[in-house]
Design a protein around this ligand. Structure first.
Ligand code: FES
Ligand SMILES: [Fe+2]
Length: 356
């Protein structure tokens, strides 16, 4: 399933996972990283392998602005340079570990795994709804660690017909695949829009919106290379008049007040390869209704985690079969709903080729 794109940001952790007290170990693109905060609160990402005898530095201690190895006490600064060796004044030449650029934004800790001089904050997805006071955020905490290749999850989030088969207890209904998708592309994004018109609400939609009659519902998925997936979903009472491909902004509640009869929420997904066969999944939900209601927070936390666990189980089972039978995507049979996922896969392949 190929190498990884290096010159891009990946979510490495939630902001609250990285503390000044203890280092956090996390493998990203097969590289062992250790994350910690310095005295200024800035997050540092170093190689999780001491240059002396290779103990993971995550087993050491944060001492102010340095990370001290837990075996023989070598100390490393934010750039990865060893700055102190106990019992001697001389630090041997070449005593250093790798470091990676880090940004803390939208409540995520992002690391740049490629050339440091190419790291560019403007290449992050625009996920300002994570910080917008008009929106209430519930983070998927802890992140899921899924035994699957990360692109299986891109496929999943760009093909929401699966709600009819995987999520009928919560966010899906059997009507979903009956409605066509409209796919559009830019240089590095794929967009999929589906309107599910005049259909009964899924169980959680009925609950969140108090609907008893049919609704019109939209799914608007936008995926950016390599694996930032934004899924905007929402609904209105049936009869809104949307046509296939209409942008939900023309129908959804406008800023300054929600439509009393409808709602929408953003599902933001940062999918980070851990290895070729395992993936970190950082998801969040940002909603513009019942923002100050802690009960609604709890419902989003529990009900949607239960729904996403259903995806995790599917992806793990898929990966297990693919590993067992040495499947190659070239051998797959494709159907219409695969269009957006295949388009993103092609963009990722092209971006990786351009790096080499
Ligand atoms: S292994 Fe890190 S100081 Fe020896
Ligand atoms: Fe799903």
């Amino acid at each position: 399933m190929g190498p990884f794109l290096k010159n891009t940001w990946y979510a490495a952790a939630w902001n609250h996972e990285v503390s000044v007290d203890s280092p956090l170990a996390r493998r990203i693109l097969n590289e062992p990283l250790v994350l910690f905060r310095d005295t200024a609160g800035k997050v540092v990402a170093l190689e999780d392998r001491c240059c002396h005898r290779h103990l993971p530095l995550s087993q050491g201690k944060v001492l102010g602005d340095v990370l001290q190895c837990g075996y023989h006490g070598l100390e490393f600064d934010a750039t990865g340079n060893c700055v102190a060796v106990p019992g001697q004044t001389r630090v041997p030449p070449g005593s250093r570990v790798r470091s990676w650029p880090v940004i803390e934004k939208y409540q995520y800790i992002w690391v740049w795994m490629g050339d440091a001089d190419k790291a560019d904050e403007s290449l992050l997805p625009d996920w300002h709804v994570m910080d917008d006071p008009d929106w209430a955020v519930v983070k998927g905490d802890p992140p899921f660690q899924i035994p699957c290749h990360y692109e299986l999850f891109n496929d999943n989030l760009l093909d929401l017909s699966h709600l009819a088969y995987v999520h009928t207890k919560n966010i899906g209904t059997v009507a979903v695949p009956d409605f066509p998708i409209v796919t559009t592309k830019t240089a590095n994004t794929v967009r999929m829009i589906r309107w599910i018109l005049d259909s009964p609400p899924a169980p959680l939609y009925a609950h969140f919106g108090g609907f008893t009659d049919n609704i019109d519902r939209w799914q608007y998925a936008e995926a950016m290379v390599p694996s930032f997936n934004t899924v905007r979903v929402g609904c209105l009472p049936a009869g809104c008049g949307a046509q296939p491909g209409d942008h939900p902004d023309n129908f959804s509640p406008k800023s300054g007040g929600r439509n009393a009869q409808g709602f929408e929420f953003y599902n933001l997904n940062a999918i980070t390869p851990e290895t070729e066969s395992s993936t970190w999944y950082f998801y969040a939900h940002s909603r513009n209704f019942a923002q100050d209601d802690p009960n609604m927070d709890e419902e989003f936390r529990h009900e949607l985690r239960a729904a996403f666990q259903e995806d995790v189980d599917i992806l793990a089972a898929q990966q297990m079969n693919m590993a067992r039978h040495a499947h190659d995507p070239k051998d797959w049979v494709d159907i219409n709903v695969d269009g957006p996922g295949l388009a993103l896969r092609k963009m990722v392949v092209d971006a990786i080729s351009a790096e080499h």
